[in-house]
Ligand binder design. Structure first.
Ligand code: GUN
Ligand code: FE
Length: 431
């Protein structure tokens, strides 16, 4: 892997409130990791090849903590229903098509090409319950140069017969075969356990997943407290649980469980309606929240109390949740997160201050990046994931600071036409 230096206007988060901008600065990549940002290039790096992106903005790659690859095909349609009906009427019939590898090949190629062209460098991805199609998606993701966790979905109840797995035992055995096939196959593409959500996973299946998690040590992704109808159904299915998240915690699939001395890296999408008890446990267990504001609007799910989660110091990042969310743009998710937080403040709770741009940018980079380790910043030691943005098309008559240019680049969606280069782990993957 080649070492190099990039020059440009460098923007990155050092903490949730600190957006650093350095004009005409240098960021150094050695062995796929950042050596830090410098206004004067240290002598020891002067020998490295330098790529001068002069007036461009250089930002860490965006992290999508929650996206459904098979739903990319119907993004921007079918927006007239709430979650449970939307799943049954549109999502499950579409996902059933991935039984046919020929369809999966066409659809996943489109998805991967789009993600590669976007500002996203890393993603946590739901596939479908089908093992061959999931393995194919992982192969395409690895070839793209993007970094990801990809999950074969588990679902053994409460879905159309064409999609639901035959039994908990079959679901578990397919999962083990899939993990065995992919666990050491790729550098940038790793498996993640993916119980779809409690309504689709029987207690027996959850027990199998607990065992599989213990055997392989995989992280976990799922959905939590997204929509009122879903939550009512979980209370009906599991009346003994005080709150929804307890159903995952009962099977040690909910972050760090001190009682059982287990520690499972976990990301839960949405958490719109989490109760105080649920929030307490997520915080204590270090569960990541994937905030997906576009999806929460499209499916009329609600507005997640993100100010509360940030102020509690919880792990939190952004997700697009395509196709609940209609766009795969994390820039768009940043603006959506800020906008919905303003509606929350105005309509729901005036003690909850709106999210600021630096906070939303943090969630999109360093906040979500933490799920992957030292990712999402240019501080020394972080994985070198970078996006170079050329904003010359956004002409302006007045002087603008670098942070103003960055905010505008995000709000005006420069990720659709302004990307000049993209790096993952120090490898240039586009342009
Ligand atoms: N809950 C269970 N499955 C899904 C899904 O595919 N999308 C969303 N938004 N929520 C879910
Ligand atoms: Fe989702």
């Amino acid at each position: 892997m080649a070492d190099f230096v990039l020059k440009g206007h460098i923007c990155y988060s050092e903490s949730k409130n600190e957006l650093i901008t350095r004009e005409n600065a240098y960021v150094v990549c050695v062995g796929g990791k950042s050596k830090g940002v410098f206004t004067e290039l240290p002598q020891q790096y002067a020998v490295l090849p330098l790529k001068d992106y002069s007036d461009c903005l250089i930002v860490p790659g965006m992290i999508d903590l929650h996206i459904h690859a098979p739903q990319y095909a119907f993004r921007g349609m079918c927006m007239d229903l709430e979650l449970m009906d939307w799943l049954n009427c549109y999502t499950f019939p579409e996902e059933a098509k991935y039984m046919a590898l020929e369809y999966a090949e066409r659809a996943y190629a489109i998805f991967v090409n789009a993600l590669k062209a976007s500002a996203t460098t890393r993603a946590v991805v739901f596939a479908t319950r089908h093992r061959p199609a999931t393995e194919l998606l992982m192969k395409l993701m690895e070839e793209s140069g993007l970094a990801s966790y990809v999950g074969k979905v588990n679902m053994d109840r409460e879905a159309a017969e064409v999609l639901v797995e035959e039994s908990a035992a079959v679901s578990a055995s397919e999962t083990v075969q899939w993990i065995e096939a992919v666990k050491e196959k790729y550098t940038n593409t790793k498996p993640i356990l993916t119980p779809r959500f409690i309504p689709c996973c029987s207690d027996t299946l959850m027990e199998h997943l607990r065992q599989i998690q213990m055997a392989y040590g995989l992280p976990v992704q799922s959905h939590l407290s997204e929509s009122p109808g879903e939550i009512d159904f979980v209370h009906f299915l599991r009346p003994d649980n005080a709150f929804y998240g307890e159903a995952y915690n009962d099977y040690d699939l909910f972050g760090k469980n001190e009682d059982n001395q287990t520690d499972v890296k976990t990301v839960m999408a949405h958490c719109v309606w989490s109760t105080d008890e649920e929030i307490d446990l997520m915080r204590k267990n270090g569960v990541f929240v994937a905030h997906c504001p576009a999806s929460n609007m499209n499916l009329s799910s609600g507005i997640a109390p993100i100010r509360k989660y940030l102020d509690l110091g919880m792990n939190i990042g952004l997700g697009t949740d395509v196709a609940g969310g209609h766009s795969d743009s994390i820039f768009r998710a940043i603006t959506d997160a800020i906008q919905v937080s303003k509606m929350y403040w105005r309509y729901v709770d005036q003690t909850m201050k709106p999210i600021t741009f630096p906070e939303a940018f943090y969630m999109a980079t360093l906040g979500g990046g933490a799920f992957f380790g030292a990712v999402g910043s240019f501080a020394e030691g972080y994985a070198f994931d970078a996006v170079v943005l050329d904003d010359t098309a956004l002409v302006h008559p007045q002087e603008l600071s670098v942070s103003e240019r960055l905010e505008r680049a995000v709000y005006l969606g420069l990720d659709t036409h302004g990307i000049r280069a993209k790096y993952v782990n120090g490898e240039k993957i586009i342009f």
